[in-house]
Design a protein around this ligand. Sequence first.
Ligand code: HMG
Ligand code: MG
Length: 319
Amino acid sequence: MTVQGLGLPMTVAAPSTDGLPTHIRIHEVGARDGLQNEQTTVPTEVKAEFVHRLAEAGLTTIEATSFVHPKWVPQLADAEDLFPLLGDLPAAIALPVLVPNERGLDRALALGARRVAVFASATESFAKANLNRTVDEALAMFDPVVTRAKDDGVHVRGYLSMCFGDPWEGPVPIPQVVRVCRALLDLGCDELSLGDTIGVATPGHVQALLTALNEAGVPTSALGVHFHDTYGQALANTLAALRHGVTTVDASAGGLGGCPYAKSATGNLATEDLVWMLRGLGIDTGVDLGRLTATSVWMARQLGRPSPSRTVRALSHQE
Ligand code: HMG
Ligand code: MG
């Protein structure tokens, strides 16, 4: 495996045209969504180095870990050990963490977390599988979490899973998604992330959901997108969202990822694939693609298997 580092092959960088945003915020989820799904638990020190390398590559929002029940996600059971190892990162690097309930919030606040995320489901099946609650019971569980976090000046993201399809229930009706989105905003979430947890969305569906959300009074500025790449549609879906005006895109270095409680969830949109496309569109992200690729190659070695990202493979000649 070799890494070309900064000597990247060139794409023709066109100025950003046809209504695309000029700047995108990448919400990097590799250390959380990626590592929560690994068979083997990655050592805490390796996770800390991963986050540091991501920051050095220019990522400024790096989801670090989850304060969930350690038996539900053993891969992230070391959150208390990991978070202090990130204390030397510059204050400009945001380190959001997942908290499902007040117990999780207590744990996160005790360590000084300033950004938290609750995670709801648009479907009953996934709410039960992931949170042991109905959709509405989960929203009730988040209510005091959001209120307390906001009272403390902590930024709250609201994830919504299964926005497009669900492995148990099939295609998810748009009004069902809109209802839970509205409920999360009404709880007081600062931003939402629309999750295609099992990667079945296509661009037309993305456009239809974003339009329906706008019609229900949800502004595009409050929305981020979170695509998994099961059917190879994540980049196309992202472009559809950008055309709609979305400027927050979740991605995972090297395309790591999945959800242990969602059958058939594969890796997230790879951050490298996203940066490659944005670079070609002339949209600045501040990310050094060479350094990021080197990080994903390094992480792939730690995990003992090649990165699924096409861009990582192309730039590193990784087999
Ligand atoms: P439960 O079994 O219903 O828990 O699980 P409970 O509320 O009945 O509490 C049982 C015990 O767990 C109690 O202890 C609690 O204190 C303890 P006891 O009194 O019996 O000794 N407990 C905790 N301990 C530590 N930290 C906590 C915590 N909460 C309770 N936070 C629970 C409910 C929510 C805890 C569980 O279902 C859970 O942890 N689920 C997390 C699942 C998860 O992390 N999934 C992956 C993230 S979501 C995702 O990946 C999708 C996303 O990427 C977007 C997309 O792609 O769509 C975000
Ligand atoms: Mg996910």
